[in-house]
Design a protein around this ligand. Structure first.
Ligand SMILES: Nc1ncnc2c1ncn2[C@@H]1O[C@H](COP(=O)(O)OP(=O)(O)OP(=O)(O)O)[C@@H](O)[C@H]1O
Length: 296
């Protein structure tokens, strides 16, 4: 369904755009229907940039992203099937308008011929699908609703479309613990209904909770990916191991705390690609066999 092939994104920076920074380098992975894939990595590793490219909000510099075999093309038809939800739900709402205006906009764009009564019924159903009571949320301004309610409104809006893929970028990081679990459980329910989700997070426990497959990103490149149970149960790359064992260390910067270069594993970088350590479990290591031998 969604396929990224050797995707690189460079941003022009500097006063006159004379320099460039590679935010994403040679990233390839797929999402099949009904699958939740979590994309994890520390801040600045390129997660959101990947999400934005999938949503057609940033063009790809090199490589390709296809959805159902066609290149991503931002526009009405694409967004009928692919929607994004972001960290700060308030940013998706215009504070001047009532929050449920997002539903009216979907109707105007996609379903102008649907009679009002039928549309209201559809909205009520999609709200109850995300466990919101229409009476409690309709007619309210964004500031009158909680972050969790707004995130659910956005998921309900996506459900009104013929959505196949949801790009969820840190959607629970601004929510309190109990609301976070509610939203995660909601995503798990949607998965059962056949929706695919790219779940972008820096919180490994949340990724582990939800995803069948995990992609670990470091400095714009994939260092490891595979079934979540394989990546979490038998992490092969030292960066993944560090992420899994990471605990806050006061007075220590992240770079000091992650002795990746010191490890026997060798990163292959964007050009080298990934090695298949076992079926479906890939790792960026040029000396995997030797390292495993030495470790045993
Ligand atoms: N528009 C832009 N112009 C220049 N550099 C950018 C732009 N957008 C992102 N970057 C850079 O690309 C890199 C990856 O950023 P990105 O936001 O994708 O990381 P992230 O993993 O999502 O981080 P976070 O978890 O903090 O959101 C960072 O170094 C960032 O500064």
């Amino acid at each position: 369904m969604l396929k990224l092939q050797n995707v690189t994104k460079e941003f022009r920076i500097g006063a006159f755009g004379g320099k460039s920074v590679a935010a994403v380098q040679g990233v390839s992975f797929e999402i099949v229907p009904g699958e939740v894939v979590s994309l994890i990595g520390e801040s600045g590793s390129g997660k959101s940039t990947i999400g934005r490219m999938i949503l057609g909000l940033n063009p790809v510099t090199r490589g390709s992203i296809t959805f159902d075999g066609l290149p991503v093309k931002a526009g009405k038809e694409y967004y009928r099937h692919v929607q994004g939800i972001f960290q700060d739900p308030f940013s998706s709402f215009n504070p001047v308008f009532k929050a449920d205006r997002v539903f009216a906009m979907i109707k105007e764009t996609y379903y102008p011929a649907v009679p009002e009564a039928e549309w209201d019924e559809r909205v009520t159903t999609s709200l109850s699908d995300v466990r919101l009571n229409a009476g409690q949320v309709l007619g309210k301004y964004p500031h009158q609703l909680s972050g969790g309610q707004l995130q659910r409104l956005l998921i309900a809006r996506a459900l009104l479309l013929d959505i196949k893929l949801l790009v969820a970028d840190e959607i629970t990081s601004m929510l309190d613990a109990s609301t976070r679990i509610d939203v995660l459980n909601l995503l798990a329910e949607l998965k059962v209904r056949g929706l695919s989700v790219l779940y972008i997070t820096h919180d490994l426990s949340l990724g582990n909770y939800l995803a069948e497959r995990t992609v670990v990103l470091r400095r714009g490149s994939v260092v490891e990916m595979g079934l979540t149970e394989a990546v979490f149960g038998d992490p092969l790359h030292p960066y993944t191991r560090e992420l899994l064992s990471a605990v806050p260390r006061l007075h220590e910067s992240w770079d000091d705390a992650v002795p990746v270069e010191a490890c026997l594993y060798h990163e292959r970088g964007a050009s080298g690609g990934l090695l298949e350590a076992e079926p479906g479990h890939l790792v960026a290591c040029a000396r995997l066999a030797t390292c495993r031998e030495e470790a045993s």
